[in-house]
Design a binder for this molecule. Sequence first.
Ligand code: GAL
Length: 427
Amino acid sequence: MRYYGRATTLAAAGIALALLAGGCGADEGDGTDNGGGGGGSKKVEVFTWWADGGEKQGLDGLVSQFKTDCAQYEFVNGAVAGGAGSNAKQVLASRLQQSDPPDTFQAHAGAELADYIKAGQIEDLSAQYKDWGLATAFPKGLVDSLTVNGKIYSVPANIHRANVLWANKKVLDGAGITSVATTLPQFFTQLDTLKAKGVTPLALGKDWTQQMLFEAVLISDLGTDKFIGLWSGKTDWAGADVTTAINDYKKLLDYTNKDRDSLDWTDAEKSVMDGKAAFQLMGDWEAADMDAKGFKDYSYTVFPGNGNAYQWLADSFVLPKGAKNPEGTKCWLKTVGSAAGQKAFNTKKGSIPARTDTVAADYPAYQQSAIADWAKDVAVPSCPHGSACSQGWQGAVNSAQGKFSSDGDVAGLQKALVAAAKQFAGK
Ligand code: GAL
């Protein structure tokens, strides 16, 4: 059942895992040897983009568990602010190139992780998986997305859902919208009603957030199988159904704020919380962030037309080659993979644990509904969050969509998407 109420569940029916195989800088120190830990370094620099709001609260939860489990080490916060790693990934790339890695960094499961593996930048953790009993702690499909040539390279902290439509309940009520749109045509009707009321119907931000909205439309217009096929090479980006999706997406842009290209996801979210906008398509880190910011009057549902598609992504942590404190990093990774660590993190982060031994009752209402959906929905990947495509492919789609946001050239966008797939698919 889906409705615009706070305790709604998202979608129905399906199967479990069909997974496709400056910033704020460090708070202190640089992870170098400070003479502690019997001559080894005590500091563990953890590099993420979780610098604020619900994201920071999630990280803080994990850190408090780390302090308990790994009291001999010291957490050093290397977070670089900016949604989806828009700044952090560039900083990380240059540090890796200069052989100055943090002790661990956040990487998305799937094709994005494979980038680091192929570049020889991260260590094989298969032995730790064995020692810590992790091989059976996570779903097999997820472990496959962390594995190359039989070696497992990272420890997943969570599963996020990308294709969620958030709303300000009061704004919807004020416009007399009480039903849930389950198709794009129904959604367009609601957006018209909101426009007539003088609010921004759909809040939107820059580049990667536009990729997310476009992917949600692709899922609605192509269905789950064909959407998955876009990334595996089975679905043609030049197809008529992709043209339909681009046209629908173009129509949606008309309902969004004009300053979208300069906003991060939290700016768009703020316009929803302030009642200036009604809806926002965003991943479920939004639940945690709205909670952290004390905004309670929100509702959520799966994006109209997405049915039982669970667009997944997973944050995972790695051991970089050349990390200054590999033993400290292993302690961090063990905490990340533990039941206690996953609970401390995910209860605050809006995501659900990657581990399968979750006790749903320990979680807020949103995550309880997500845990139920994850068990029965169809898993589809996300390009801007790395489960579907490499960072090169992400960048190419990003530029194409940035251009489209100003010129609205449907044929031009499709041509660029076809070229990006040709250049990056399978690489
Ligand atoms: C994603 C990440 C999430 C969340 C989001 C917004 O890429 O996986 O954990 O941080 O970006 O910043």
